[in-house]
Design a protein around this ligand. Structure first.
Ligand code: ZN
Length: 681
């Protein structure tokens, strides 16, 4: 049985040409049962019997499960089918139950405590020590060390918050779906592109109506805000959108999240207190790179102080443009996107379609490989030995100094039954097995670009080029690791607010004058992107960078202060008003209840709660790290090699801050990001 199930065959990479949906449940059931038996043995070790081998054995058990499960998760995402989905859901439920039990297992927790206490005696490496420390923290944050009454309280609160957060999301969904506006006269929608008109017409048809149906789904909302010339209609749609699931607007009180949000914040605070943290912000930071709440607030406030004058200047320019262009002298929140879009088109004539012709997929991919070869000394070659799940999928091996160190799959194009978006996922982790065999890392790189049409090659927009570099950056982080302890190898164990460093770092080459000729070649003339177009592309990059920055800071400061000031009585709206007074340049009307649909921080127990700042934090890290090339050039191998050895090879084996300091020789500074976005010089 084991031998015939391809999911359980060990090897460099999964047997994608043999895996079928009916292999899933038997494989997972078998691994979970045998893992449970092995865990029971492990837990029986008395403290003086515990050795370093036990950690490796524990990791081998995890690897056995995930080496079988990652390919299934991946197939479910990119080759979905009814029977596979069913098998996937059954197996996933079993794995979730297994994991939950593991996280609450006191005997296992004791085993890890013993490993930590005996680290010197049993010769744990620094990587292994870090991995053990991470596991202990995870156990503690999931309440394993609580005793007596607090154990029950913890379980009750966790249950409550899980119900509250799912109610929050349901309310947002229902409120979004409930509001619709049928427009019969297309003149009301003047200014909108054909694609948007088709979308509205299709929505009306699906609803059994004639005309154009405007809804609150993001593409519909954004299309109206950016393109609709009819100001009153913009206001109406804006009001419906920003009052979803609240006490305001056209559906006031129907799906009101107000009480739910108050209670979520209270429960989070109570859980943090129970686990020994004074504020939820501190609980959230326990697994992040930022050390203290004060450090996060100082970071956000510093960015705010430096960006606000620029944002105000951009707002003055926008107001002047709106007056000249549309005779609007009182620019409102529902006018901002509309006039910004017109201003952008007036200032930079950039046609996305014309740009695409310079970025055929093949040229971009080969150019990207050439860039990483020059900068990091990493060679990427096709690897035909790897079986795939679809003929479009490309397979590669990664070499350093002639030695193959990793493998990856590249699945670029959108197709039916494939989940949207772009991501990098682990297939195999680098680790040393109990019998001293080196498992090499394997990565899945998935995008959803527009496929080739007819005999033309697939052409990428510049945004898509940036996405590809971004995901390949995550991929390099996973694949170039030299760590052999699975818990901290590759992207494992890397702090949440630092994990985007390598991905955003690699994006920089998409904006480099010397790199663009390597990734561009016109489909007919083979010419690289001409200077005129390159200059417009670079100039448009930072349009309204200050306004975008303060908007993100508004969300970040609101989220962080809400979870850091349990003692204050401002209330949720009060904190938001206070933050807006500090950083906003677009005046929010009194009915605005944006927070009632802020899913990032209210739709799960942690999610981005007291963590929304991570977006900016990681941007600062990547821009700052990239500035190491400023004094030389973006192809300087020495700097590239240093990035590989100080960051990419190290995975989660050390705190992200020490790794960053190891690379830059100092802690991160915000200047480089501000320069990169044209906010400071
Ligand atoms: Zn990313």
């Amino acid at each position: 049985m084991t031998e015939s199930n391809p999911l359980l065959v060990e090897g460099d990479f999964p047997l994608f040409d043999q895996i079928r949906h009916d292999h899933v449940v038997p494989a997972v059931t078998q691994v979970l049962a045998s893992n449970q038996a092995s865990l029971d043995m492990l837990k029986q070790r008395s403290p003086d019997e515990v050795t370093a081998e036990d950690l490796r054995e524990f990791e081998a058990l995890e690897a056995r499960l995930y080496d079988a499960w990652h390919p299934v998760e991946h197939l479910n995402a990119v080759m979905n089918s009814e029977p596979l989905r069913e098998a996937y859901n059954t197996a996933r439920a079993a794995i979730t139950a297994y994991q939950t039990k593991l996280g609450q297992d006191e005997a296992l927790y004791q085993l890890f405590k013993t490993l930590q206490e005996k680290a010197d005696d049993i010769g744990l490496s620094s990587e292994q020590r870090k991995s053990v420390a991470n596991s202990l923290l995870e156990f503690e944050l999931s309440g394993v060390a609580l005793t007596g009454e607090s154990r029950g309280t913890y379980a009750r609160l966790k249950n409550e918050v899980s119900e509250l957060t799912s109610q929050f999301s349901e309310n947002v969904l229902d409120a979004t779906d409930q509001w619709k506006k049928l427009i019969e006269d297309p003149k009301q929608l003047i200014g909108l592109p054909n694609s948007a008109m088709e979308m509205f017409r299709a929505a009306a048809k699906a609803d059994g109506q004639d005309g154009y149906l405007v809804t609150l789904d993001a593409p519909s909302y954004l299309a109206v805000m950016k393109g609709c010339e009819h100001r009153e209609l913009r206001k109406e749609v804006y009001e419906a959108y920003v009052t979803r699931a609240s006490d305001q607007g056209p559906s006031a009180g129907t799906f009101d999240n107000s009480d739910i949000m108050n209670r979520i914040v209270e429960v989070r605070q109570a859980i943090a207190n129970l686990l020994g943290y004074e504020q939820f912000s501190e609980f959230s930071l326990a697994t992040k790179m930022a050390e203290t709440p004060e450090a996060v607030l100082a970071f956000l406030n510093q960015l705010a102080e430096l960006s606000l004058p620029v944002a105000e200047e951009e707002m003055r320019a926008l107001k002047a443009f709106a007056l000249a262009d549309g005779g609007v002298s009182d620019l409102k929140a529902w006018d901002v996107a509309f006039y910004s879009e017109r201003q952008r088109q007036a200032e930079f004539e950039l046609s996305e379609e014309a740009l695409r012709e310079y970025f055929p997929a093949g040229q971009v991919i080969q150019g990207m490989f050439n860039i990483v070869s020059k900068v990091f000394g990493v060679d990427v070659k096709p690897c035909p030995a790897m079986a795939t799940w679809h003929p479009d999928v490309l397979t590669y091996q990664v070499e350093q100094e002639g030695e193959t160190v990793a493998f990856f799959y590249l699945d670029l194009y959108a197709r039916a039954k494939k989940r949207g978006g772009a991501w990098m996922a682990e297939c195999r982790n680098r680790r040393l097995t109990p019998d001293e065999h080196l498992q090499r890392p394997v990565a899945f790189l998935t995008c959803n670009f527009t496929p080739a049409v007819g005999d033309k090659p697939a052409l990428l927009s510049h945004d898509e080029v940036v996405t590809l570099f971004h995901e390949f950056g995550h991929g390099l982080h996973h694949m170039l690791t030299k760590v052999t302890c699975a818990g901290v190898s590759g992207i494992n164990g890397v702090e949440w607010d630092a994990v985007e460093l390598p991905s955003q770092f690699l994006e920089n080459w998409c904006w480099e004058r010397e790199a663009i000729p390597m990734i561009s070649a016109h489909i007919d003339s083979q010419e690289p992107l001409p200077d005129v177009m390159l200059n417009r592309l670079l100039a448009a990059k930072n349009f309204q960078a200050g306004m975008q920055m303060v908007r993100q800071l508004e969300f970040s400061l609101f989220d962080f202060r809400l979870h850091h000031e349990a003692q204050n009585d401002l209330g949720i709206q009060g904190v938001l008003d206070d933050v807006r007074n500090q950083v906003a340049v677009v005046e929010a009307p009194p009915f605005n209840r944006f927070q009632h649909s802020f899913g990032h921080i209210f739709s799960s127990f942690i999610g981005y709660a007291a963590g929304y700042y991570s977006y900016k934090w990681a941007e600062v890290l990547s821009a700052d790290a990239f500035s190491a090339f400023e004094s030389t050039n973006p192809f300087d191998r020495q700097v590239g090699d240093r990035f590989v050895s100080s960051i990419l090879e190290r995975g989660g084996s050390e705190d992200a801050m020490s790794l960053f300091v190891g690379f830059m020789g100092r802690e991160p500074q915000v200047d480089a990001l501000l320069r990169q976005e044209g906010i400071a010089r």
